[in-house]
Design a protein around this ligand. Structure first.
Ligand SMILES: Cc1ncc(C[n+]2csc(CCOP(=O)(O)OP(=O)(O)O)c2C)c(N)n1
Ligand SMILES: *[C@@H]1O[C@H](CO)[C@@H](O)[C@H](O)[C@H]1NC(C)=O
Ligand SMILES: *[C@@H]1O[C@H](CO)[C@@H](O)[C@H](O)[C@H]1NC(C)=O
Ligand SMILES: *[C@@H]1O[C@H](CO)[C@@H](O)[C@H](O)[C@H]1NC(C)=O
Ligand SMILES: *[C@@H]1O[C@H](CO)[C@@H](O)[C@H](O)[C@H]1NC(C)=O
Ligand SMILES: [Mg+2]
Length: 570
């Protein structure tokens, strides 16, 4: 506590965060940041306290994605910061605006083995686009302004602010604090005036490529979702009649049920298209690097990306650097001057639509049967229908992780609204589930959150079910319990005869684990289900209650495939 008329570093950090628009903060408190969290709360920032910094970091990154504002999380020094690296690195992989703020040891004691000492600026380096340490209290407002700015500028990503404990305990007068805040605000206004202009000739060339293409395709990713480009995308797709393909988290930007959705004919669409406009998506492993054999070797890529480096890396036929929404606006304007549209009887559109219909019918055939003990398809169809029956807007946010569970869910669950799917993402990260659920319900308080999780995926962050109960968040977590990573113990008897034959397989967990009772332990609602009727009733009850629930769905341990759809990589 400072003298009358003085404030300490903790208060000044809290004031800076509040002044620069931070409304929510995730984290785990302890020395030296506990007071920072309580001060932030008194200034109106909602603090969501977690059990583990990994989950807090994942939450902050998803919050950044869902709101297009920096997601902020707070950790203690040393081990707290190290756990937080999970959040920062996942934010970097997904290019989501995220700020980790960590306390660090007293600067005078650094190098002498101080409590929880670590060179945190060095530790965060590989995972951040910007990091800064406040070495004196007077630097705090500007450091906060800078770190928040860098998280969202250019290509968004993870940033870091280091706050030594001695700085948090220094004092300044109220009046000096006010002038520091004003100066930092001026600095912030200065750095916010960047703008993007796309050369007119490139826009003309992009439109001309699309116009002359025989088999054009529009691909978009979560960068387009982050840029809130849905209206412009809809206009582009509907004025030109070109089929589209979203990456997994971009599902819902245009409804999965749209006539021109090519998701169910993905192999044909990417294998045969001759011009692909790729918007806010990277040509990384998820899009097979844009290379044969998945893509045709002659395909011409038009890449729209906010990052010039990304375009330099991929060397597309044509690159348009800029915010997805802005670039699409310009493209649409150019098309409007001389419109063109592939009719529904255009051979390419017809081929895609027919293939999609055929594949959808095939899948519906598998989904239609009630298989008990449950395979993946039967419960997923029941979940899909329960979500669709909720009807209307706002649609729930679907969170998903796991291998088989996530892959089947991606194909079966229907997304109709933008930014309503969060999954293991670019890095295929297990453990994001509960953090993402919490972020989604904090960012979108009017939406129900439904998590569809493999039992292994769930286990990485399962303790945060207590956090759901503590904040009474409307989150229903559905665990596909097949007794392990990809499935249960599926070894043949001869494989079990060897060293350590008493041990379970590396992929297996305790069969029939009572995950629902974890939720009950904290006063939330738990359900154990094994039949379609039991599942339907648990879903209907928990969806209408809008209270924390875990539905433990018993799945046949033999139903899944190793590594889900990534089998070839194992
Ligand atoms: C952080 C992290 N650790 C490990 C993995 C490897 N991995 C991929 S999927 C998976 C879990 C799959 O099991 P489950 O979630 O139960 O899904 P299922 O296939 O059984 O439905 C694991 C551990 C990973 N992707 N990320
Ligand atoms: C800040 O003020 C408090 C209360 O007056 C005092 O105890 C503390 O030592 C001061 N800190 C520094 C670094 O001067
Ligand atoms: C920081 O360390 C120095 C040297 O050990 C000590 O004098 C000072 O009181 C410490 N400050 C805080 C806030 O712990
Ligand atoms: C403004 O930002 C620059 C760059 O970080 C910094 O050097 C300068 O001290 C800042 N000004 C104020 C008043 O904080
Ligand atoms: C950015 O550029 C566009 C197009 O030239 C213009 O309409 C817009 O006002 C500019 N924004 C800023 C902040 O300069
Ligand atoms: Mg499993």
């Amino acid at each position: 506590m400072a003298e009358f008329g003085e404030i300490d570093g903790n208060v000044l950090v809290a004031k800076s965060l509040a002044q620069f628009g931070v409304q929510h903060m995730f984290g785990v408190v302890g020395i030296p940041v506990t007071s920072l969290a309580t001060r932030a709360v008194s200034l109106g920032i909602r603090f969501i306290a977690f059990h583990n910094e990994q989950s807090a970091g994942y939450a902050a990154s998803a919050y950044g994605y869902l709101t297009s504002r920096p997601g902020v999380f707070l950790t203690v020094s040393g081990p707290g910061c190290v756990h937080g690296l999970a959040g920062l690195s996942n934010a970097a992989a997904n290019t989501w605006p995220t700020v980790m703020i960590s306390g660090s040891c007293n600067q005078s004691d650094s190098g002498r083995g101080d409590f929880q000492e670590l060179d945190q600026i060095e530790a965060v380096k590989p995972f951040t686009k910007f990091s800064i340490k406040a070495t004196h209290i007077s630097q705090i407002p500007n450091c906060v302004a800078q770190v928040l700015h860098h998280a969202v500028s250019g290509r968004p990503g993870g940033c870091y602010l280091d706050l030594p404990s001695d700085v948090l305990h220094q004092n300044v007068s109220q009046s000096e604090a006010e002038s520091l805040l004003i100066e930092a605000e001026k600095n912030r206004t200065k750095i916010h005036t960047e703008n993007v202009t796309v050369e007119a000739s490139k826009i003309e060339e992009a439109v001309s490529l699309l116009r002359r293409a025989d088999r054009p395709l529009i691909v978009f990713g979560k960068g387009a979702a982050y840029a809130r480009a849905e209206d412009q995308l809809k206009k582009l797709v509907e004025t030109t009649g070109i089929p589209f393909l979203p990456t997994p988290m971009a599902k819902g930007l245009l409804p999965d049920t749209h006539r021109l959705a090519a998701s169910a004919a993905r192999s044909l669409a990417i294998g045969k298209c001759d011009v692909a406009v790729v918007i806010g998506a990277r040509l990384n492993w998820l899009l097979h690097f844009g290379e044969p054999p998945k893509w045709s070797k002659d395909v011409k890529f038009v890449l729209v990306d906010v990052s010039e480096e990304e375009i330099e890396l991929r060397k597309p036929f044509l690159g348009l650097v800029g915010d997805a929404k802005r670039v699409l606006e310009i493209l649409n304007k150019e098309i409007k001057d001389d419109p063109f549209c592939l009719g529904s009887n255009h051979p390419w559109v017809e081929a895609i639509c027919n293939k999609a219909k055929e594949n959808t019918l095939k899948m519906e055939g598998q989904l239609g049967k009630d298989v008990v003990p449950f395979n993946f398809m039967t419960p997923m169809r029941i979940i899909r229908d329960a979500i669709l029956e909720l009807g209307g807007s706002p649609a729930p946010v679907v969170v998903s992780e796991g291998a088989n569970t996530m892959d089947v869910g991606r194909a079966v669950l229907v997304q109709k609204e933008p930014r309503t799917r969060l999954d293991a993402g670019t890095w295929g990260t297990m453990g994001v589930g509960l953090g993402y659920c919490i972020a989604a319900s904090v960012a979108y308080p009017d939406r129900l959150v439904v998590a569809v999780e493999g039992d292994s995926g769930f286990g990485f962050s399962a303790m945060e079910v207590e956090t759901l109960v503590r904040y009474q968040l409307p989150v229903v977590v559905i665990v596909f319990n097949n007794g392990g990573v990809y499935g249960g113990d599926r070894r043949r008897p001869e494989e079990i005869n060897g060293p350590h034959k008493e041990d379970p397989a590396p992929t297996s967990f305790v069969p029939n684990a009572g995950y629902h009772t974890m939720m009950e332990a904290f006063g939330g609602k738990g359900y154990l289900v094994g039949t379609p009727d039991e599942l339907k009733s648990a879903l209907s009850e928990s969806f209408s209650a809008r209270k924390p629930a875990v539905i433990n769905v018993v799945i046949d341990p033999y139903a899944g495939a190793e590594s889900g759809r990534l089998q070839h990589k194992n």
